[in-house]
Design a protein around this ligand. Structure first.
Ligand code: HAX
Length: 440
């Protein structure tokens, strides 16, 4: 299997580099930790190691060194399409190199072989109450697949530490192959009452399969959006909640089913994956209130009203980025190239013009620019996927690609169990008292 071959060939050199760092230079200081960071969600503390992606505050995400425009330009595309194959992106994340068409297709072929979902998973999902949140259904399905984990089986049989990454890769390919099928089933079952299992067609790629299984009216366009969406949402360094939760749980040698399930639970939170539905909700509120796209002045007042009512403007601001998110830009370009006259696209574009000014005038947000969520729901809405609570599931399908690549490499490089140290409030107060006393 190509990913196995390619990772295997790189491993000795990577292991040497990690060994040199952790054995010979273990005492070199990388960062200092302030009281504000401890009290403030560990923001910006440089303490995680990943080579899969990196977020530069002035540039945005780079996957294995490639910016979003580079990824979209350089990864192989199926004939007649403009957005790269998701298999090529997975190859890039896993291997660290831009694949050829054959290499991207080799990943797509692996997914074809592994996309079948055992019947008991469907049965279990159908026993759930109708009002169960789609993220619960996705998470349950993932957990129910854990019994097939090759990693856990091999661990019980006593595999060597050096071999951990191999069944981790097997599990990751199985899981990423199955997730879009489960997600599409959840969509058709929950909102349309369809009980039939979706069929993954070997002749179609990951994005086209997803569009077909979702039965979105304009399948061709939606396949392109699915590819774009999964690529853009795949990874965002390892400190965000879904990536970090997956990494943390994986560090205890729980298999990827347990680890990704933890990541999904984090993604379900309003400050993380849920933000895209809130953003679309805000745009629709504007649209409804003004009976269409408002004037610039009306939008300006509406944005201020949102802030005055104590709410944030969803889709704007970011913990790390200090420029417009290139994932926003890529999606806006996609929309403007295909459906520039859509009301919500025109509105999202006007919001992009007005809201940064409002946030700058308010002077609180460190970054008044749009993040990925400012537009992603608008695109789904255009293609007819209008069930808001499903959007986090879509995010989860994409995020599986990044967290599994990280999981495989963490096992390959023998990353240890995570165990940061806690302090009590009194201890922190004592540190402060000592620091502020004269001569302290
Ligand atoms: N609207 C209004 N106020 C905002 C704001 C926004 N869009 N963004 C930041 N602020 C405010 C903060 O609430 C904070 O106010 P207080 O001092 O009163 O608490 C102040 O500006 C400083 O915040 P910050 O340091 O710039 O931003 P944070 O790192 O604390 O938070 C958030 C980053 C993304 C959570 C924040 O910008 C926000 O709430 N944005 C709106 C919600 C949103 O778009 N979330 C999706 C983020 C993308 C993502 O990770 N998706 O998974």
């Amino acid at each position: 299997m190509i990913l196995h071959e390619k990772i295997s060939a790189q491993l000795p050199a990577w292991r040497e580099r990690i060994k040199a760092l952790s054995k010979e230079h273990a005492d070199v200081v990388v960062d200092k930790v302030t009281v504000g960071q401890i009290a403030g969600g560990m923001r910006d503390i440089k303490s995680l190691l990943t080579d899969v992606s990196y977020v530069d505050s002035s540039e945005g995400i780079r996957f294995r060194g490639l910016s979003i425009p580079e990824v979209l330009k350089r990864l192989p595309k199926a004939r007649g399409t403009k957005i790269p194959l998701v298999g090529g992106l997975y190859y890039l994340l896993m291997v660290g190199e831009v694949p050829t068409m054959e290499e991207a297709m080799a990943v797509e072929d692996e997914w074809d072989k592994r996309a079948e979902i055992p019947d008991y998973v469907y049965k279990m999902l159908k026993t759930m109450p109708k009002d169960a949140h789609p993220m619960i259904l996705l998470n349950l399905a993932v957990m129910s697949l854990e019994r097939n984990s090759v990693f856990s089986k091999r661990y019980r049989e006593g595999m060597k530490k050096d071999e951990y990454w191999e069944p981790a890769l097997e599990d990751s390919l199985d899981l990423t192959a199955k997730i879009p099928v489960i997600a599409a089933f959840i969509y058709r079952y929950k909102y349309f009452g369809e009980k039939k299992k979706p069929i993954y067609r070997v002749k179609l790629d990951y994005g086209a399969n997803f569009a077909r299984m979702m039965k979105v009216a304009d399948k061709k366009g939606y396949a392109e959006l699915a590819r774009l969406y999964f690529i853009l949402h795949s990874d965002h360094e390892s400190g965000n909640v879904s990536a970090h939760a997956t990494h943390l749980v994986g560090s205890s040698l729980s298999d990827i089913y347990f680890a990704y399930s933890a990541g999904l639970s984090g993604l379900a939170g309003p400050l993380h994956g849920l933000a895209n539905q809130e953003c679309l909700g805000w745009l629709l509120d504007v649209h409804k209130k003004f009976g269409g796209v408002p004037s610039r002045d009306d939008l300006y007042k509406f944005a201020w009203d949102t802030l005055h009512s104590g709410k944030v403007i969803p889709g704007y601001g970011h913990a790390v980025l200090r420029v417009p998110d290139p994932r926003f830009t890529a999606q806006m370009e996609f929309a403007k190239a295909r459906f520039p006259d859509d009301d919500l696209v025109r509105l999202a574009d006007m919001v992009f013009d007005v809201v940064p000014t409002v946030l700058k005038e308010q002077g609180k947000a460190k970054n008044p620019a749009p993040n990925v969520d400012a537009i992603s729901g608008t695109l789904q809405h255009y293609y007819g996927v209008r069930e808001f609570d499903f959007y986090t599931v879509l995010f989860g399908v994409g995020r599986a690609l990044g967290v599994t690549a990280n999981y495989v490499w963490s096992r390959a490089l023998g990353m240890p169990i995570e165990r940061p140290k806690s302090l009590t409030t009194k201890m922190l107060e004592d540190v402060v008292a000592k620091a502020i006393q004269p001569g302290g």
